[in-house]
Design a protein around this ligand. Structure first.
Ligand code: GDP
Length: 369
C-alpha cells in the first residue's frame, strides 16, 4: 500500500524513520500495518499514552511550533513554559511573548533535584523572574520542581487544578527540558486524570498535540518540544549527553586558580583566568565530567592533543564548532554559565575568558548558591 497511513490517535502520518518525530512506529510494525492495509493504527506515542498513561517526547520544526503559538493567542488558555534549571537561559522560550495575547503564563523550572539541598528557592526564583523580564516575559507564577523525583509537585498541581476550571493549560518547552517526565509525574499524581485520549492536530498545521482530560472538562495539553541550536544538548549524541547530564544533585568541586591558569570542562568548556587575586573556582557539573587545570600558555596545545580522549566529550574533534571565548569581568560573586554543562562560581573582581563551542550556552549571573 503506497498511501500514507494516519495515526488514529493524533492524526500524524505514520513513519518509521525518526523516533523523535510525530507519527513514529517501529519499522516492523509499520510494515505489518501496510501489508495488512490496517487503518486502525496508533503511532508509538499514542499507543504508549493509551496503554501505559505515558507521554513520550516528540519534536517539531520551528514553523510548526510558530503555528502552534499563533493558535494559542486566539484562545483562552494558561501557558506553562517548562524550563531546564540547568540550562535556563537557553530553554526559556522568549518568543512566547508575541503569542501569549492576554493569556496568563507561568514558568516551571524543572530538574530542581540537581540543585544542592541548601539552595535558596527565593533566590533562584528571583533570578528566573529577572531573566524572564529581561526578554519581555512576565510570569504570573514561578515553580521549582523535579519531574524525575516528583519533588515540589503538590503546589504546581493545586495551581493547575485551580486555573483549569475555566480553561486548558498548554505545556510548551524546548526539547530535553524534561516536559514529558514532568507531565507523566503530574498525570501520576493527579487522581482525577482518567481515560487518556489523543486528539487531532492544530488546524492548519502539521503538528500534533496530546490532550489529557481532567475531571473538570478541561485539558492539560502536551505540545511537541522545540529544538534550538542554542542548546548544547541538541548537538551531542546520546552517549555524550549521558556524561554531561547530571543525574544526582550537583556536588561542588573547588579549584584554586591564579591568573595564567586555565580550567577545562572536558572538551566542551574552558576558563582562562586573566586578572585578579588567586581565588577558588567552584565547578557545579555532572559528577563524571572531567575537569582539568593547566597553564594558559599550554592550554591550546593541551586541547589540541587531548580533545576527544582525555578531554571528552565531545567524542570526536570535527563534530562540534570550535571553542570560542568571551571576556567577562565579575563585579560581584558570580556564576559563569556553560549552558547544558554546568556553572562555575567565582569571586568578585575577576577578569576571565570563558569558552564553549561557538559560545553556545555562555553567560553570567549573580551567584545562586
Ligand atoms: P522533553 O524532551 O522535554 O520531553 O524531556 P524528557 O522528559 O525526555 O527528559 C529529558 C532528559 O532530562 C532525560 O534525560 C531525563 O531523564 C532528564 N530529566 C527529566 N526530568 C528531570 C528532572 O526532574 N531531574 C533530572 N535530574 N533530570 C530530568
Amino acid at each position: 500500500m503506497d498511501e500514507d497511513i494516519i495515526c488514529i490517535g493524533c492524526g500524524a502520518v505514520l513513519q518509521a524513520d525518526q523516533p523523535d518525530q510525530a507519527g513514529y512506529l517501529p519499522p516492523a510494525r509499520l510494515q505489518q500495518a501496510s501489508a495488512e492495509e490496517d487503518i486502525d493504527v496508533y503511532c508509538q506515542r499514542c499507543f504508549r499514552l493509551r496503554h501505559y498513561n505515558e507521554i513520550i517526547p516528540v519534536s517539531a520544526n520551528n514553523d510548526d511550533f510558530l503555528a502552534l503559538l499563533n493558535s494559542l493567542a486566539a484562545k483562552k488558555a494558561l501557558v506553562v513554559n517548562v524550563v531546564d534549571l540547568f540550562d535556563f537561559t537557553n530553554s526559556l522560550l522568549s518568543s512566547l511573548k508575541r503569542f501569549i495575547g492576554n493569556n496568563d503564563f507561568i514558568l516551571v523550572g524543572n530538574k530542581f533535584d540537581l540543585f544542592p539541598e541548601n539552595s535558596r528557592q527565593s533566590r533562584i526564583k528571583d533570578w528566573m523572574r529577572q531573566e524572564a523580564n529581561r526578554v519581555g516575559l512576565f510570569p504570573k507564577k514561578i515553580f521549582l520542581v523535579s519531574g524525575k523525583n516528583k519533588k515540589n509537585l503538590a503546589d504546581l498541581i493545586a495551581y493547575l487544578e485551580r486555573r483549569t476550571r475555566n480553561q486548558d493549560a498548554y505545556f510548551v518547552g524546548m526539547t530535553n527540558v524534561g516536559k514529558s517526565t514532568l507531565l507523566n509525574a503530574i498525570i501520576d499524581q493527579m487522581g482525577d486524570v482518567k481515560n487518556l485520549i489523543t486528539t487531532s492536530r492544530f488546524p492548519g498545521t502539521t503538528l500534533d498535540k496530546i490532550e489529557i482530560p481532567l475531571d473538570n472538562g478541561h485539558y492539560l495539553v502536551d505540545t511537541p518540544g522545540i529544538m534550538t541550536e542554542n542548546q548544547l544538548a541538541t548537538r551531542l549524541n546520546a552517549q555524550e549527553l549521558a556524561v554531561v547530564s547530571p543525574q544526582k544533585p550537583l556536588k561542588p568541586a573547588t579549584y584554586q586558580l591564579k591568573p595564567g591558569n586555565t580550567l577545562f570542562l572536558a572538551g566542551l568548556g574552558r576558563i582562562d583566568y586573566l586578572h585578579g587575586e588567586p581565588t577558588s573556582f567552584t565547578v557545579y557539573a555532572a559528577r563524571g565530567l572531567y575537569v582539568h587545570r593547566t597553564k594558559t600558555v599550554q592550554a591550546d596545545d593541551f586541547y589540541a592533543r587531548h580533545l576527544g580522549e582525555l578531554l571528552a566529550p565531545p567524542a570526536s574533534e570535527d563534530k562540534l564548532p570550535p571553542l570560542q571565548g568571551q571576556e567577562i569581568h565579575t563585579s560581584s560573586k558570580s556564576d559563569l554559565l556553560f549552558g547544558g554543562i554546568g556553572f562555575v562560581t567565582v569571586a568578585a573582581d575577576c577578569l576571565v575568558k570563558i569558552y564553549t563551542p561557538a559560545r553556545i550556552g555562555l553567560g553570567i549571573r549573580r551567584a545562586l548558591i
